[in-house]
Design a protein around this ligand. Sequence first.
Ligand code: 3PG
Ligand code: MG
Length: 391
Amino acid sequence: MALAVKRMTELELDGRRLLIREDLNVPIKDGAITSAKRLSAALPTIEYALQHHARVALISHLGRPREGAVDAALSLAPVATMLAELLGRPVPLVTDWLDGIDVQPGHVVLCENVRFLAGETANDDALARRLAALCDIYVMDAFGTAHRAHASTHGVARHAPVACAGPLLIGELEALARALDEPAHPVVAIIGGAKVSTKLAVLGALASKVDELIVGGGIANTLLATAGVEVGRSLQEARMHGFAAKLLAREFGRASVPLPTDVVVAESMDAGVRGTVKPTDAIAKRDMILDIGPDTARAYGERLSRAGTILWNGPVGVFEHPEFSQGTRSIAEAVAASQAFSIAGGGETLAAIEQFGVVDEISYLSTGGGAFLQFLEDKPLPALEILADRA
Ligand code: 3PG
Ligand code: MG
């Protein structure tokens, strides 16, 4: 895709004040970062800017704090610490930064959580102007937050002296273009996750773009129920049956939507519970479907092995639970083994890919979750549109 935006790498950066918006919204458990993928993805951008003697101020959100107040639990302090380790240089965290940031050429600071600022998510114009006043060049590099029109992703780009795209953002868009614009066929999408309702738009859009649409999780359960299969107490959405029927009837596009032929069921997800493999015509009223079965995994694996392009978002079972992880593991391994150009996105999907040790075998790991889905839906990303306006 010839994306008409300014690029950071084509600008003179020496001595310039750069405000780089990254998506450093990483999962944190008990104060520790559980996946550093979004940090490592941002490193090349930061290193490039430093090598070119820019004065680098990084901004990002973390979580969803109540705006206008500081929430210590959502401080970027652990992120600053880990970035410093990854970069091998100090990364001071600046808590009070809206009135000016003091940083020397070739140095970097991290500004505290941008969602502590009142007006951030409302894209307040006064806040956007103050952000813009902090820099000579605003660099949008946060693909994962490009679907948000916030002051730090959108408003600031309107007012900054120069607004451009960073290398990570460009890389994400190029990978997505390769998978969507003129992809190698067959194109196989895997869309898993709990609910049809949250992935309605992407399922509809992909049905007209891909050749095969593999579903898993609660989405597959809803489709099975729509097809008249007894799904017992499985997670499913009865109010989505109308949409699901159209999807199965290929009313949205040519994609075939294969359904699971066997599943792993249990009566609960309690510790120590064992799953039972059952064909989908033998599911009991008390059963809950918690994973795809081995025959289904094999059939999906064959489809993936023939694919030219693979898009993956969402697990096909409760993979955090060892008893119900085998289906998602086999998908991860099949994507890894395939010769296809493969692209995966979303927090849970990346967690699964890390858990099953196939990080290096996936062609491209997107840092986007919601933004990745919105891109697949063909819905404009506001943070990109404003960069195009400023090009
Ligand atoms: C994400 O993790 O999806 C992005 O960082 C955006 O976060 P948000 O959904 O809280 O806007
Ligand atoms: Mg999100």
